[in-house]
Ligand binder design. Structure first.
Ligand SMILES: [Zn+2]
Length: 382
């Protein structure tokens, strides 16, 4: 066998094939995976000699797509690659060349529909940067093997008493479970420090557009000026507690972190209940049962969708609050909801009822995590 190289899934057109249809077929055959229904086509490219056409799709969570097993003949390995790692020597050179066509397509797609308003383009990089940290922090809230082992130790005798006893045991076990909050605290503070300052900068730009000035000695206004916004990247904000006015949000964050942790507890209890339901007749549990329970708990806490929902919600909330903090400092008492083109009819109706008093929490984004609306300063109703 020739030396193996990494390559993207590809193949030839068969009779009557449309190029896209053939590409999806080859992708499915070679990865052994189901083509994700929610994948969004963001572009296509053709090689210089015109012999290849490539299609670029985006999906929210590639880790949720289960890749198949290589056939060992044509394919000796299947893996996801980070674009940044694709200059390794074991990449086929043709693939490297085509990256010059793929990368601009992806960059355009990222910029296609940012959060509306000035500085809105910072939202997606913030989400992308922080979602990984949030997910790690969620996964670190418990040790799945330890949780599985301690539940199994309790469940041994109870299993004899049947399904109801086991379900009850899962609930009382859940109440005593210790959920670690340290890593989550660090992750959420990171999201907030970063997004709140970026939001304050958006707020100031938005005030500028309306010709409104914040008093120049305002400490938050000065903190904004310490950042070189043209070179800004997520993850480099000053520590949260150094930001003027940040103490006002920290108590709220304590409640948020407790709330997330309680949801983790509930989700673990649900997972354990589902697991015991299938195991009542199967006692006593052996090591492989305990290992399987540990795997179930692992996939419950290490949840990409939940991490994305939290990251999206908190980035949006922090950006909005940062902006509104600056509005208040400039004496603004009313705001307009500015909707994203993808916003839902509920958000559109709220926009049609503009303006809203700044005390109107219910109509302040994030109203829905995926609607990505923002706010602008407004004149009050007469
Ligand atoms: Zn909405």
């Amino acid at each position: 066998m020739d030396e193996a190289r990494w390559e993207v899934p590809a193949g030839h057109l068969e009779d009557g094939d449309e190029a896209l249809e053939a590409a999806v077929r080859e992708w499915t055959e070679e990865t052994g995976a189901t083509f994700p229904k929610d994948a969004e086509q963001v572009g296509t490219w053709v090689s210089e000699d015109g012999s290849f056409q490539g299609f670029v799709f985006r999906t929210a969570h590639e880790e949720e797509i289960e890749l198949g097993t290589p056939d060992g003949e044509e394919i000796s390995g299947i893996a996801w690659w980070d674009l940044d790692d694709l200059d390794e020597p074991e990449i086929r050179s043709k693939l490297r060349d085509s990256l010059d066509r793929v990368e601009p397509i992806l960059e355009r797609a990222e910029k296609a529909s940012p959060r509306p308003g000035p500085g809105g383009h910072r939202e997606e990089p913030l989400v992308k940067h922080h979602v990984k940290k949030v997910r790690k922090a969620l996964a670190a809230q418990v040790s799945p093997p330890a949780v599985a082992a301690s539940f199994a130790a309790l469940a041994g005798p109870a299993a004899v008493a049947g399904a109801a006893a086991l379900a009850g045991l899962a609930v009382s076990f859940g109440a005593t479970l210790s959920i670690s909050m340290g890593a989550l605290q660090v992750a959420i503070l990171g999201v907030w420090a970063d997004s709140w300052l970026a939001g304050a900068k958006s707020g100031r730009d938005s005030l500028d557009e309306h010709g409104i000035r914040v008093p120049s000695e305002d400490p938050l206004d000065q903190a904004i000026d310490k950042v070189d916004w043209d070179k800004w990247t997520p993850g480099k904000a000053p520590p949260a507690w150094d930001l003027p006015g940040f103490e006002d949000v920290s108590q709220e964050l304590g409640q948020l972190i407790t709330g997330i942790s309680e949801t983790t507890r509930e989700e673990i209890v649900k997972t354990v209940k589902v697991f015991v339901d299938g195991r009542v007749a199967h006692v006593p549990w052996g090591p492989s049962d305990v290992a399987e329970l540990a795997r179930e708990i692992e996939s419950c806490v290490n949840d990409a969708n939940r991490a994305m929902l939290i990251a999206r919600t908190e980035v949006n909330r922090a950006m909005t609050q940062g902006a509104q903090d600056l509005f208040r400092r400039a004496g603004i008492a009313w705001f307009d909801l500015v909707t994203h083109p993808d916003a839902c009819p509920i958000c559109v109706a709220i926009r049609e009822a503009n303006p809203h008093p700044v005390s109107d929490q219910a109509d302040t984004p994030p109203i829905h995590p995926n609607c990505r609306c923002s706010t602008a300063p407004a004149r009050g109703r007469q």
